[in-house]
Every structure is written in structure tokens, then in C-alpha cells.
Design a protein around this ligand. Structure first.
Ligand code: ADP
Ligand code: MG
Length: 327
């Protein structure tokens, strides 16, 4: 787990603090396997910041496949055909993940739980799973098995893992809460997923630094105005090296093995966190040409920064990106 995005948020926060009239409130927790930082820059107080962090925990408890009592774990355990009642958030996340899967030709596949479990990035002595084990794990795959009803779903044997969209979806919930409570200027960092809320009083843009997947530095910066979510999916985020080969955590749904699409990282800026998060994972899997086609055909409201294996960058859509060399 990387801490750099946390520092990116702090950098951005420092750059923006000068423009905010009220005293900023900052609160931090560890959730979703990462550091969560809430920076309230206008209209917030300590209670709101704490409520925002508590909301992250509540949402994680519903969405995490790794919590035995989560709605997703219940869905995964239910026998084929059984409809499990879901809270509106979980049902909506599933529905939107299905839509992104459809629009990305299956590059996003939230039924890779069994395949993901075979890749133990935290182990001291990580092993590459066998072809047989991967093939067996892929028998629990299939987004077409998921059947949504008005207020629930059945998984019909699919093993669901919302890891590729959960942080984005939960960030959207936090941003809604902040808005409802009167916060007009905020920055939320959820480890690789950044959310900006509102405009800075001095009218300068938000600045979000993007990690260089090949080093500890940054590849460049995005300047944004208003409400955005920026999500990065990177092969350098969670990985192990075995016999000189890097095995990272973004999987090709066809093989259950790390996706090799020629990209080192994909950063997506979109109006919602769920879309930014889902698309950053999907476009990483899809590769450069397919990513360009997907954004143009389905997501004109989103834009992306692709970092290729040779370290060069391609911008898709309308983005104010400054390469680090020029920053
Ligand atoms: P991170 O969780 O590091 O922010 P992502 O948003 O890209 O990164 O999500 C990666 C996670 O999603 C993996 O850890 C795994 O649980 C799951 N996953 C891996 N490959 C895919 C895929 N092709 N589609 C959907 N989920 C995936
Ligand atoms: Mg994602």
C-alpha cells in the first residue's frame, strides 16, 4: 500500500489552503486498506470530519467481500436463485459496476474474488498460482450471473469482489454527506482516489499530483476546477516480483492473471468516484487503443492519463495535465 497519494493530497491541500478563508479541518483514519484523509476547507467542522470517516467504515462494512457479515459476503454465500436483500448503496454499486463492465467489453469484472485470492501480495514468499488453480477460480466468475431485483440481487454462484469500485463509490457517499452538511470546499483522499468538492475561494484550480509508476516521484499534475474524482489504477500499487517478473493486482478477467496491456498506470478524472475508480481499473485492463475507444464511445464526461510501459504519457479527453518535467 502506498503512502504517496496521501502526500499528494497533502501537497494539494497545502496549495489550496492559501485560498480558503476558514480554518481547515483535517481528519484521518485507516480503512479500505489505506489511509483516508478528509480535508474540510470551507464550511466544515471536526464533527463533520469524524462523521465522514465513520461513514467510510459503515460503507466498507456493507461492501467488503472480506467481511463475513457484509451484504456482499452474504450474496456470495447464498445458494443459486436466492435473492439477498441489499441496501440501496450496495445495489446501486452493483448496478453501476454491471454497466461499466458492459461498456468496457468485460474489462471490469467484479466477479474475480476467487482468482484474486490466489495472488497473495502480502505473503513473505509469494507464489504464482498454477494454471489449474486459476482455471478453477475462474469457474466462480461471470457478471452475467448477477441478477438484480428491485431491492436485492442473486449472485448465482458468482463470487463478487467490489474492490475495483468500492473506494470510488464510498467517496461519493462521503462527498454527498459533506454537501448535505454545508461543506462547500473539501478534498478527500482515499489512497489513490482523490475527490475535490467545490471551488477554492481564490479561484485557483485544485492540483492533484499523479504518481510516476516507475519511481517515487510524480509523472505530472492535473489542474481541476469544481467537483471531481480522480482515481489511479497502477501496476505499481500492489505487487510482488518472482523470478524477475512483476505480478500486480489488476487482473485480466479472461485469465485471472495480472493484465498485461502495455500500460503501467491509468488515472481517470470523472464526475463521480464510482466511475473514476471503475474506469481506471477497466482502462488499465483494456489497454491504450481500447481505452480511447471506450471513453469516446461511452464516457465523454471522463478523461484519462495513461502511462505506457516506456514511461511516455497519453492524455485521453479534455484534461489540464502538466508533465512533472515542466512543473
Ligand atoms: P486499488 O484497489 O489498488 O485502488 P483498483 O481500483 O484498480 O485498485 O482495484 C483493484 C482491485 O479490484 C483488485 O485488488 C481486485 O480486488 C479487483 N480487481 C482486479 N482486477 C479486476 C478487474 N479486471 N475487474 C474488477 N476488479 C478487479
Ligand atoms: Mg478501480
Amino acid at each position: 500500500m502506498k503512502r504517496r497519494s496521501f502526500f499528494a493530497a497533502i501537497l494539494a491541500a497545502l496549495l489550496l489552503c492559501a485560498g480558503c478563508a476558514a480554518k481547515p479541518v483535517t481528519a484521518q483514519s485507516f480503512a479500505l486498506d489505506t489511509f483516508i484523509t478528509v480535508n474540510l476547507l470551507s464550511g466544515g467542522d471536526e464533527q463533520i470530519a469524524q462523521d465522514a470517516l465513520a461513514l467510510v467504515d459503515d460503507c466498507e462494512a456493507l461492501l467488503s467481500a472480506h467481511r463475513e457479515d457484509s451484504e456482499i459476503a452474504r450474496l456470495n454465500r447464498a445458494p443459486a436463485g436466492e435473492v439477498v436483500p441489499l441496501s440501496p448503496l450496495v445495489r446501486r454499486v452493483l448496478a453501476e459496476a454491471l454497466a461499466i463492465a458492459e461498456n468496457t467489453g468485460g474489462a471490469l469484472d467484479v466477479t474475480l474474488l476467487a482468482a484474486s485470492a490466489l495472488w497473495d501480495y502480502k505473503s513473505e514468499d509469494p507464489q504464482v498460482p498454477s494454471e489449474e488453480a486459476l482455471a478453477e477460480a475462474l469457474t466462480c466468475r461471470g457478471m452475467d450471473r448477477i441478477a438484480l431485483t428491485e431491492s436485492g440481487a442473486s449472485a448465482n454462484g458468482a463470487q463478487i469482489d467490489l474492490g475495483a469500485v468500492a473506494k470510488g463509490a464510498i467517496g461519493d457517499e462521503v462527498v454527498s454527506l459533506l454537501r448535505e452538511r454545508g461543506v462547500s470546499c473539501a478534498l478527500l483522499d482515499m489512497g489513490g482516489n482523490i475527490f475535490t468538492l467545490g471551488d477554492k475561494p481564490d479561484d485557483s484550480p485544485w492540483v492533484v499530483a499523479i504518481d510516476d509508476p516507475r519511481s517515487d516521484g510524480y509523472i505530472g499534475r492535473l489542474s481541476l476546477r469544481g467537483d471531481w474524482s480522480v482515481s489511479t489504477s497502477s501496476g505499481a500499487q500492489r505487487y510482488f516480483v518472482k523470478d524477475g517478473v512483476v505480478y500486480h493486482h489488476i487482473l485480466d478477467p479472461e485469465t485471472g492473471a495480472p493484465a498485461r496491456s502495455g500500460l503501467l498506470s491509468v488515472t481517470v478524472a470523472a464526475p463521480t468516484g464510482l466511475l473514476a475508480d471503475g474506469l481506471s481499473t477497466a482502462l488499465f485492463v483494456a489497454g491504450e487503443e481500447e481505452a480511447a475507444r471506450i471513453l469516446e464511445a461511452h464516457y465523454p464526461q471522463a478523461a484519462a492519463v495513461l502511462v505506457r510501459e516506456d514511461g511516455t504519457v497519453r492524455i485521453l479527453g479534455d484534461l489540464d495535465f502538466t508533465p512533472e518535467s515542466a512543473a
